[in-house]
Structures are given as C-alpha cells and as structure tokens.
Design a protein around this ligand. Structure first.
Ligand code: ATP
Length: 356
C-alpha cells in the first residue's frame, strides 16, 4: 500500500463517526456552511498561509463549527488535537494540476498534492465531505450506506466461511488417506484468499464507521478468528519449496481477480506449476503441520522441529515413540500423545467413520 493510501486510511479513521473531527464536520453540514480544513501544521503549510489569525486551542466540534463560519481555511495540528489557525487564505502552487472546479476544492487538492498533508473540503452547496491526501481523493460516505455495504460483505464472508469449512474438512480426510490432490489444496487456498480479501474490505469499512461499527466488528471477529493462522498452516503444509512461505503469501495476495478464480494460478503461487488441467489431480503429500496443531498442548517450536525431521504426515504417524523422543522437548508422554492423536485423526478420517 502506498504512503498516501496508508495516510488516507489513518485520516478516514480520524474522521469516523464518534470522533471530534467528524462531529465538528456534521455540525458544519447541519449549519449549511462549508469548510476548508488542513489536518497538519508544519513549516511547509505555514509557507502557504496568508492572513487570518493564530490560535492554539483544543479542538472541539463547537469551536470547529464556529471557526468554519469565517471565510478561509482552518488549520489543525498534526495530532488532530488542537486548532492552530483560522480564517487563513491558502496559496498553494497554482501550477499543481487539479481536476476540481470550485475554488475551495481546487485549493484543497493542490494544498494536499503539494505537501502530502491531508486536507478536507466540505462543500456548502453540495454538503459533501471530500478528503484529499497527496494525490488521492475520497468522498466520505454516510454511515448508513457504509453499514449496509459492510453487512452485505459480511453475508458473503459467512457463505464463504461455510464452504471453506466443508472444503477444509474434505482436505483433512483426504490428507489422512494420502489422497489429497493439488485440486483440493488450491480450492481451499482460493477460498481462504477470498475470505482474506473480504475481511480486509470489511475492516476498511469498520475503520470508517468508528463507533457505529462496533457490533459488526464483533460479528467479524467471531467469523474470522483463527482464519489467518489456519491459512498459514495450509501453506506451511504444501508450499514448495518449504522456505517459500512468504513469497507464496505475497503472490496469493497479489493475484488479480481474474487469476484468483483459476486454480492453476493458485498452484503456481504456491510453487506447484501445472501444464494442463490433469496436473491438478496429482496427489500432494502434506507435511502434517496442521495435523500436529491438533495434538493437545503441543508448542509450535516442537511442531516445527517435527516437521523438519519428518517430511510427510504419513512418516510422522509411522514414527516410533523412540524416534519421536529424539526431538528436543519430546519425552515419552508427549511422544505417546503425538502418536495417539495422529492415529485418532486418521481413524476419524477412515471411510467407516466418514461414510465416503
Ligand atoms: N485559497 C483559499 N484559501 C482559503 N479559503 C478558500 C480558498 N478558496 C476558497 N476558500 C473558501 O471557500 C469558500 C467558497 O469558495 P468557492 O465558492 O469558490 O468554492 P466552491 O468549491 O464552489 O465551494 P462550495 O462547494 O462550498 O460552494 C470561500 O468563501 C472561502 O471561504
């Protein structure tokens, strides 16, 4: 994410419903006036200021509203806590390109493009709040609209999560039968990546929603708790080579929408390139790290060492107690626990238990 995009996210959080800044903007909107507000005061901004008066008072919604009644811009400190200047004429470089038409918006865009400092323009005629950060521009959306978009995304997330649970269950069963193919692995990773993207979309709505999004945040937490860990475990089990975990995570995250629907693109991202569709039916052996996390109270450090010593889940399951005890941190009790847990998992995945 670019620096401007990161700053935009921060500004949207600072302007979320419930914050002093947002309350001030809402008062200005209700009063049918406009405003030009610079969210930062440094030497560069000072150079662009002409006239007005200096002050150094705590930011409050009422003060912001009163000062916005005057002509010109209001300058807020970089930490958004204090009002530093008001009634200021801003004189940004007129050669900076702008796509806006009204003077207020043109000034806001040029000031932010020239300095990188966020600037808010509240249009008196349109009653629209626009945020400029560097070369980026965003119009604030009403909380009700954001909430309905977020709820829609949450419904989709719920449906995907249910399908993922089913697919992950199938993968687990097939892993214990040494019959999981590249198709099942990529299908699971595809769903996980889609869920990650919807999650991040909802998170950005939540940032903008501030206090209005509390309930939604709880529902989201409930739906995706442990999802990132599970995703990394599937990757750890299958990524090739073993050391390419981070590269694979990045490649999956960078797949465009068109590539994400193709299982061969997912396979490529995790280091299993395919030549034709039948390659997706090749059996892949899991390293068994995800299965090991189901062993009660087994620390990750030990799981990693077991994964280094044994290459596949089958080999792990067949390891003797003495062999398991060669791993630092594994005594007779833990060796038994590991063995019993893996055997139980395999039994639970047998055709007799599963019914297929
Ligand atoms: N360079 C500037 N510095 C400070 N304030 C400005 C500047 N340009 C415009 N403004 C403020 O914006 C107000 C409205 O200006 P103008 O009508 O030209 O802009 P606009 O974009 O059409 O605004 P709106 O959409 O609110 O009608 C001015 O009265 C002034 O308070």
């Amino acid at each position: 994410m670019s620096l401007d995009a990161q700053n935009m996210r921060k500004v949207l959080q600072a302007l979320a419903p419930g914050t002093r800044l947002r309350e001030g903007l809402e008062r200005i909107q209700r009063g049918h006036t406009g405003a030009l507000i610079v969210l930062g005061y440094d030497d560069e901004i000072e150079q662009l200021c002409s006239g007005g008066f200096e002050l150094d008072v705590e930011l409050s919604p009422a003060r912001l509203r009163e000062l916005a009644k005057m002509d010109g811009a209001v300058i807020i400190s970089s930490d958004h806590r204090r009002i530093r200047r008001a009634n200021v004429q801003l004189i940004p470089d007129s050669s900076i390109p702008t796509t806006e038409s009204g003077m207020r918006h043109r000034t806001a865009e040029r000031t932010s493009r020239g300095t990188g400092i966020p600037v808010i323009s509240l249009s008196a005629s349109m009653r629209v709040i626009t945020v400029y950060v560097g070369g980026l521009r965003k119009t604030l959306v009403e909380p009700e609209v954001l909430l309905s978009r977020a709820n829609l995304a949450l419904d989709t997330l719920e449906r995907y999560s249910q399908r993922l649970d089913e697919d992950l269950g199938t993968l687990t069963v097939l892993e214990h039968r040494d019959a999981a193919t590249l198709r099942e692995v990529t299908t699971v990773l595809q769903r996980m990546e889609m869920i990650r993207r919807i999650h991040s979309e909802i998170s950005s709505y939540l940032e903008e929603l501030g206090t209005e999004g509390r309930l939604l945040a709880l529902q989201l937490d409930d739906l995706v708790s442990g999802a990132a860990q599970e995703r990394n475990l599937v990757l750890c089990d299958y990524v090739h080579p073993r050391s390419a975990l981070h590269r694979a995570q990045d490649e999956l995250a960078n797949l465009d929408g068109e590539a994400l629907v193709r299982l061969d693109a997912i396979a490529q991202a995790i280091g299993h390139p395919t030549v034709d569709a039948s390659d997706l039916d090749q059996v892949l052996k899991t390293r068994g790290l995800r299965a090991l996390t189901m062993v009660p109270r087994l620390q990750w450090a030990i799981i990693e060492k077991l994964g280094e010593r044994w290459q596949t889940l089958t080999q792990l399951r067949e390891a003797s107690s003495d062999e398991l005890q060669e791993i630092e941190g594994v005594g007779p009790y833990r060796a038994q626990l590991i063995h019993d847990s893996l055997v139980r998992q395999a039994e639970a995945s047998s055709p007799e238990s599963v019914g297929w």
